[in-house]
Design a binder for this molecule. Structure first.
Ligand SMILES: [Ca+2]
Ligand SMILES: [Ca+2]
Ligand SMILES: [Ca+2]
Length: 436
């Protein structure tokens, strides 16, 4: 997508040489060198299709060679569709310095889980362990048996997660000194604004929010250099959660709970933009941008493919297998609902991206793009049993403050974990940009 670099973290941007607050690109060769680029407005539409297979670790087969590692069974297929519209405005506030506001709006998000062996629903490990009933669960029609291979369908969701407020500066600007690349640095605060995304099995359509309720900080830097008909660029960024809203699902229950925050992300994006047409006289350009992106997801808690099912099976008003004990030190169960979000193992997101860009005059740009995304296999129910403290022995003692209340043995014990494998996403994007 054609977006000014870094001003919209999820955009498929050529980081480009555009610097709000920097010299107006119309005046590269002549005219008033003091004329500034004041405002860049940008609108982006994305259609995203996500898929993965959920496998379950299955220990307990005595005839299996223990050296082969933990055996798994393929249980469920996950699919999600999402339409997102993101308006962004970047305003030059000083020489080569700019602020930005972006508001990603989820227009619609729908997700479902299909059982792989539809002829034997009862044999699905998710059903066998009591996480879902054999009749399945459809948020839109909870009392009816789900048809075919459909085992779970959540509500259609829409709304806002975060507003992104950015501040950036170009330390070098090729438009002003053509012996140098354009080098930018920036920070972005992402404030949670929308309805917190939750799931209540008794009122499955009551909450249609998409917000994680997490405030994040992103730091980024980028380099871009136009060399004749080619323009290589690279961007590095790191995103860390600062706090979570008090009613978010990222709650620390104390005792032996660790890693209760949303996971951190780090990314490297790069590309090579090749100009098929570059008419300097009227600034008409057509280019192909071929690039890649590597994003590391670090251990932490996330809304995974299974989060609504885990919330379903952990509703403290019922007797599901994931109901937690809020106080491990007090005898008996103090029922605590499983929040649905779960600990994830480190994984990588690897993206190949192709964008076709057109520039019509100095101030109007369009792009269409495709991202192909592969996610490495990783465990998605990965909570530790707790922490061993300074007592004798090195195990987490039951009934003590060493126990992690968020640990649900049915899914978090080695040999019982859920793993997301064969993750593949496709993103199609359309983008328009106007510079003033
Ligand atoms: Ca207890
Ligand atoms: Ca201990
Ligand atoms: Ca110890």
């Amino acid at each position: 997508m054609l977006v000014v670099l870094g001003l919209c973290g999820d955009a498929l941007a050529n980081p480009a040489s555009i610097v709000p607050g920097g010299r107006d690109p119309e005046l590269t060769d002549s005219g008033d060198p003091e004329k500034r680029l004041h405002v860049v407005t940008d609108i982006e539409y994305e259609y995203e299709l996500d898929s993965s297979t959920l496998v379950r670790e299955r220990i307990g087969n005595p005839s299996r060679d223990p050296l082969l590692g933990v055996p798994t069974v393929r249980d469920l297929e996950f699919k999600q569709f999402r339409h997102t519209l993101t308006p962004t405005v970047h305003i030059g506030v000083f020489q080569d310095t700019f602020v930005s506001v972006a508001l990603p709006i989820v227009i619609n998000q729908a997700r479902e889980l299909n059982v792989i062996d539809a002829a034997n629903r009862a044999g699905s490990s998710t059903v066998a362990d009591g996480l879902l009933p054999e009749m399945g669960f459809d948020a839109r029609d909870p009392s009816t048996r789900t048809p075919g291979d459909l085992l779970f369908r959540g509500p259609n969701r829409h709304g806002l997660d975060q507003v992104h407020l950015g501040l950036g500066a170009a330390l070098m600007n090729q438009l002003e000194d053509d012996t140098k690349p354009t080098w930018k640095l920036g920070a972005e605060v992402r404030l949670a604004v929308g309805t917190i995304m939750k799931f209540d099995p008794m009122r499955p359509e009551a909450n249609k929010g998409v917000s994680r309720g997490v405030q994040e900080l992103e730091l980024w830097t980028s380099f871009d250099r136009k060399l004749g008909w080619a323009e290589p660029w690279i961007k590095l960024w790191w995103r860390v959660p600062l706090t979570a809203k008090s009613d978010s699902l990222f709650d620390d229950p104390g005792f032996g709970a660790t890693n209760t925050q949303s996971s951190q992300l780090a990314g490297v994006e790069s590309g090579l933009e090749l100009y098929a047409l570059d008419n300097k006289a009227d600034q008409t350009r057509i280019s192909l941008d071929i690039g890649n992106k590597v994003i590391a997801h670090f251990e932490g808690r996330e809304y995974t493919e299974m989060w609504e099912v885990f919330a379903f099976a952990g509703d403290s008003r019922g007797t599901g297998p994931l109901v937690l004990d809020a106080d491990p030190v007090r005898a008996g169960d103090q029922p605590l609902s499983h929040p649905g979000i779960s600990n994830i193992e480190n994984y990588l997101e690897l993206t190949g991206r192709f964008a076709l860009r057109a520039q019509i005059g100095p101030h109007v740009r369009f792009a269409v793009s495709t991202d192909l995304i592969w996610r490495t296999d990783h465990a998605i129910s990965f909570a530790d049993a707790g922490v061993d403290r300074d007592d004798d022995g090195d195990l987490v003692n039951p009934g003590t403050d060493e126990v992690n209340p968020l640990h649900a043995p049915t899914i978090d014990l080695v040999g019982h974990r859920y793993r997301s494998v064969d993750g593949f996403d496709l993103v199609l994007g359309v983008n328009g940009q106007v510079l003033f």
